[in-house]
Design a protein around this ligand. Sequence first.
Ligand SMILES: NC(=O)c1ccc[n+]([C@@H]2O[C@H](COP(=O)([O-])OP(=O)(O)OC[C@H]3O[C@@H](n4cnc5c(N)ncnc54)[C@H](OP(=O)(O)O)[C@@H]3O)[C@@H](O)[C@H]2O)c1
Length: 275
Amino acid sequence: MNTQHERISILGLGAMGHALASALLEAGREVTVWNRTPGKAGELVARGARDALSVEEAIEAGDLTVACLLDDASVRDTLAPVARQLTDETIVNLTSGSVRQARELAGWLKESGARFLAGGIMAVPPTVGTEGAFILYSGARDVFDRIAPVLGPIGLPHWAGEDPGFAALYDMAALSGMYGMGAGADHAVALVHAEGGNVETFKREVLRPWMEQMLAITVDGADVSESVPDEYNPAMQATGLENILSASGEAGVPADLAGHLRASLWRMRRAVAAG
Ligand SMILES: NC(=O)c1ccc[n+]([C@@H]2O[C@H](COP(=O)([O-])OP(=O)(O)OC[C@H]3O[C@@H](n4cnc5c(N)ncnc54)[C@H](OP(=O)(O)O)[C@@H]3O)[C@@H](O)[C@H]2O)c1
């Protein structure tokens, strides 16, 4: 089938689902959208999208269906009632989740007779469809080969392997790297703030250029082994790390990066609880 003419249905019009639909419409694709809470498709409909009244209608309207919902449970909630309609349908799940969830969803959809691809979106809504955005996919290679050009406008398709869990694996691992970087930046800013430095100037003039300079070295140097290569000069690195711990102690800032991750989690949870 001609890539340009494949009809795409999007389940979920949160910030990300909306951005996906928008990028596909922009590329001239035929798009149908569905959202649990009605009334979110207005601007997309004005640009040519069809607003489906039910999940059944959305799946029926598309040659392939993309789910972009909150979590694994919401995907199950949405697809379980229409399980019998899924035979021979192509389902691409771009909802974030765990490796196990992706594998189990793949198993369940296979039993339902659907063709399935799991995915992970390496973009945020404003960067969907822009240069640098890429999408991880894993599952059946023939399904990937077919849908990659169709969904190309949302981000560069990246094949992560036949194991349906691998898109989630790479997604979560990459996010872990990102949050770790964020935890490091939070710690750096906390140190500067605690000692009376100007946080904004520090971020702009020191932290950002430094992290940009060190990004490739940090990623290339990531390792699971306990040993440290000689060229890393372990003695010098040990002294550097001791200095960071001393500076943190003097400033009264806990130098526990995992603690920063937990603090971020609690901050997000407090925001959710506050509505
Ligand atoms: N936003 C990002 O920066 C980003 C980046 C990469 C990946 N992602 C992933 O993309 C997915 C969607 O994120 P988002 O930013 O669009 O989230 P969001 O704005 O919170 O939207 C969540 C969507 O899920 C729907 N939903 C929630 N529970 C549901 C249920 N039980 N049944 C059916 N629909 C349900 C919501 O419908 P209602 O409108 O009815 O509530 C809404 O359409 C997530 O898995 C997220 O991890 C997001």
